[in-house]
Design a protein around this ligand. Structure first.
Ligand code: NAP
Ligand code: ZN
Length: 348
C-alpha cells in the first residue's frame, strides 16, 4: 500500500481534517501520480454534504486532478515517469459496453466508477477517494495527457468544469452563427463562456446579479443580462439555439425555455439536489428539447485539453492552501469564487 496525505470531511456538516489514505499498490496497468493541484468543483460540496445521496465517510473530494507520474505498472504504454497528467471524474468503467467502446465511458451502461465516493466494482470494490490528497493510483486508460502549452495549476479545472461544458457545446454544435446562452457564470459557466467564444458562437451570459458583467466581457461574452430583471425574459424570448444551464440551484425552467428558439435545446449540466418542475407546454410549442449532459468520455476529454492548449483557453483560478478549504467551500456556495479554487497540494 502507498501512504498518501489527504484532507477529508467526516460527516455532512463536518470541517476538513488531515488523514492518511492508503492507495493501492501500482498494478500492471496502473499509474501512480504525485498530485500537484486539485480544483474545487461544486459537485465536491453537493457530495460531501450529502445533498445528492448518503455517502460513506471519511470522504476525500477532488475530481480535477493534475500532477506528475512517479511510477508506472509493467504493462503501461501511454504514460511514463515524469509526464504531466490529469484525472477527471472517472477512474474506471466496464470497457465492454457499446458506450465505453464508443469512448463514452461517462455513459457506461454497466456503471462507471467515479473518482471519489464510488466503489470500484471492476477492481477490488474499494471505496474511491479523490484528489485533495498527495498521491493517487489510476488505471492508465483514465489518465489524460496535459499538453505542453497548459500550466498545470490552470489545467486542473479543465478536468471537470472544462469537459462538462465542452461536451454539450460540441454535441449541440456551438459555432459561428449560433446564439448560445450560458446560465450561471461560476466554475463551469465561465468555462462555457470561454469555450463557446473560442468555438465561434455568439455568447450571452444570464447571471443572477450584475457583479460579473465586466468579467463576462473579458471572457469573450458578447452580451450579459441580469436575470433578476424580469424584462430580460421578454427581451430575449426565442433567441437561443442552445442554452447551457450551469446553475447549482433550481430554476424556473418554463421561463428559461421561453428563451429557446424553436427546435433549440436547453442542456443542463448544473445538478441541484431537488427534482425540477416543467410545464410540458414549454416544450411542445417550438419542439424544444430539455436535455442533460454528464462530464464527457476520455477521448473527448483529451480532445478538450488539446483544444484549450491550441486556443489558449484557460480558467480563472484562485490558488489556496489546504487550510483554507472550509472557507473556500462556503465561498463557492455563496457564488463568491472568481472563478475556480485550485488547491496547492504541496500544502496538504
Ligand atoms: P459554482 O462555481 O458554484 O457556479 C454555479 C453558479 O450558479 C454560480 O456562480 C451562480 O452564477 C449560479 N447560482 C448559484 N446559486 C444560484 C441561485 N440560487 N440562483 C441563481 N443562480 C445561482 O458551481 P460549479 O462548480 O460551476 O457547478 C455548477 C453545477 O454543475 C453544480 O450543481 C455541480 O454539481 C454541477 N456539475 C455537473 C457536472 C455534470 O457532469 N453535469 C459536472 C460538474 C459540476 P451567477 O452568479 O452568474 O448567477
Ligand atoms: Zn466536477
Amino acid at each position: 500500500m502507498i501512504q498518501a496525505k489527504a484532507r477529508a470531511v467526516n460527516e455532512p456538516t463536518g470541517k476538513f481534517q488531515t488523514m492518511t489514505l492508503e492507495r493501492r499498490d501500482v498494478g500492471a496497468n496502473d499509474v501512480l501520480i504525485e498530485i500537484k493541484f486539485a480544483g474545487i468543483c461544486h459537485s465536491d460540496i453537493h457530495t460531501g454534504r450529502g445533498e445528492w445521496r448518503d455517502i460513506e465517510y471519511p470522504f476525500v473530494p477532488g475530481h480535477e486532478i493534475v500532477g506528475v507520474v512517479s511510477e508506472v505498472g509493467s504493462d503501461v504504454t501511454k504514460h511514463k515517469v515524469g509526464d504531466r497528467v490529469g484525472v477527471g471524474c472517472l477512474v474506471n468503467s466496464c470497457g465492454t459496453c457499446e458506450q465505453c467502446k464508443a469512448g463514452f465511458e461517462n455513459n457506461c451502461v454497466n456503471g462507471s466508477v467515479g473518482t471519489y465516493a464510488s466503489h470500484d466494482k471492476y477492481l477490488d470494490n474499494s471505496l474511491t477517494q479523490g484528489g485533495y490528497s498527495s498521491h493517487v493510483v489510476v488505471k492508465e486508460d483514465f489518465v489524460l495527457r496535459i499538453p505542453d502549452g497548459l500550466e498545470l495549476d490552470k489545467a486542473a479545472p479543465l478536468l471537470c468544469a472544462g469537459i462538462t461544458t465542452y461536451s454539450p457545446l460540441r454535441h449541440w454544435e456551438a459555432g459561428p452563427g449560433k446564439q448560445v446562452a450560458v446560465v450561471g457564470m461560476g466554475g463551469l459557466g465561465h468555462m462555457a463562456v470561454k469555450l463557446a467564444h473560442a468555438m465561434g458562437a455568439e455568447v450571452t451570459v444570464l447571471s443572477h446579479s450584475d457583479k460579473k458583467r465586466e468579467d463576462a466581457a473579458k471572457f469573450g461574452a458578447d452580451h450579459y443580462y441580469n436575470t433578476s430583471d424580469e424584462s430580460v425574459f421578454k427581451e430575449l424570448a426565442g433567441k437561443f439555439e442552445l442554452i447551457i444551464n450551469t446553475v447549482s440551484a433550481n430554476l424556473d425552467f418554463d421561463k428559461y425555455l421561453s428563451l429557446v428558439k424553436p427546435q433549440g435545446t436547453m442542456a443542463n449540466v448544473g445538478a441541484p439536489a431537488e427534482p425540477i418542475s416543467v410545464n410540458i407546454f414549454s416544450l411542445l410549442g417550438g419542439r424544444k428539447s430539455l436535455s442533460g449532459s454528464n462530464i464527457g468520455g476520455i477521448p473527448e476529454t483529451q480532445e478538450m485539453l488539446d483544444f484549450c492548449a491550441e486556443h489558449d483557453v484557460t480558467p480563472e483560478i484562485e490558488k489556496i492552501a489546504a487550510d483554507e478549504l472550509d472557507e473556500a467551500w462556503d465561498r463557492v456556495v455563496n457564488s463568491d469564487v472568481r472563478y475556480r479554487f485550485v488547491i496547492d497540494n504541496s500544502t496538504l
